[in-house]
Design a protein around this ligand. Structure first.
Ligand code: DGL
Length: 280
């Protein structure tokens, strides 16, 4: 007598998985990049990490930034991130090569000051670059400027204290510092200025007032496009689904006060945010 095998119950097909993208910065600045990525990739799940306990990054050493970037990238991968966006010019300059060497198969997108588009826009051939001290002093920035300045004069303006003032939403300090750092650029007659730190995007209106008639360049859109290209590749390889629904709540972590990140995100993003402690 042959034994009848129990029919195997049809297993439900697994729920489609959204592309998971880990994004980090020293603090709230990277939310300006997250905003652009969110708009371009409505189906991706974004995971955001703010290293608030160690901000600002602009005055840190390269070794320190490599170590923090590696820890945060590892943390985001543990939360399921399939790619990493370093939404910080300072950390990119110091650590993007290290991250790519540590995880050769992991797509890593970095942020650099938009020197190339700014030079292309400048009729005066005079471009201001506002960024952190560490970014402007980096070898990566030196190479970027050498490759793309062409015949234009670049006026480099470090902005110590500004990212910190934006982080703490100290409106008076932000105003004073923006005026102070824009004055030399205005006097030099630049017609284009690069916002070379992701925090500065949140003070755009003040930069516009301090630099009347000057075009401001930031790279959030370009980063979103590059991120979308990597996301498409993950979908093409079957590692994520393009039409999965993303969770309605944005998951975020902070190594400092979760409240600072939550209230900033609520003010600037049209999103519900769940901020947890990040220990790494
Ligand atoms: N938002 C960062 C950047 O783009 C760094 C700000 C800081 O922590 O100094 O460079």
């Amino acid at each position: 007598m042959s034994r009848q095998a129990n029919p195997v119950p049809a297993s439900p097909s697994p729920a489609p998985q959204p592309v998971r993208i880990g994004i980090f910065d020293s603090g709230v600045g990277g939310l300006s990049v997250l905003q652009a990525v969110r708009a371009r990739l409505p189906h991706a799940e974004l995971l955001y990490a703010a290293d608030t306990a160690f901000a600002p990054y602009g005055e840190r050493t390269e070794e320190f930034l490599c170590d923090r970037s590696e820890r945060i990238a590892r943390f985001l991968r543990e939360q399921g991130a399939q790619m990493i966006v370093v939404a910080c010019n300072t950390a990119t300059a110091a650590a993007v090569a290290r991250l790519r060497a540590t995880w050769p198969a992991l797509p890593v997108v970095g942020v650099e000051p938009g020197v190339k588009p700014a030079v292309a826009l400048s009729a005066a051939h005079r471009v201001g670059v506002l960024a952190t001290t560490r970014t402007l002093a980096s070898e990566k920035f030196r190479r970027l400027a050498e490759a793309h300045a062409g015949g234009a004069q670049l006026l480099l303006q470090p902005c110590p204290g500004l990212a910190d003032a934006i982080e703490t939403a100290d409106d008076t300090a932000i105003d004073v510092l923006v005026q102070r750092y824009c004055a030399p650029l205005r006097d030099a007659g630049v017609d284009v200025a690069v916002l070379g730190c992701t925090h500065y995007v949140f003070a755009r209106a003040l930069f516009e007032r301090a630099l009347p008639g000057v075009q401001l360049v930031d790279t959030a859109e370009a980063i979103a496009r590059q991120t979308a290209r990597f996301a498409d590749e993950l979908v093409a390889r079957g590692e994520a689904d393009a039409d999965a629904a993303r969770p309605s709540v944005l998951r975020a972590w902070s190594s400092g006060s979760p409240h600072v990140l939550a209230s900033f995100a609520q003010r600037w993003l049209d999103a519900q945010v769940d901020v947890r402690d990040m220990r790494c």
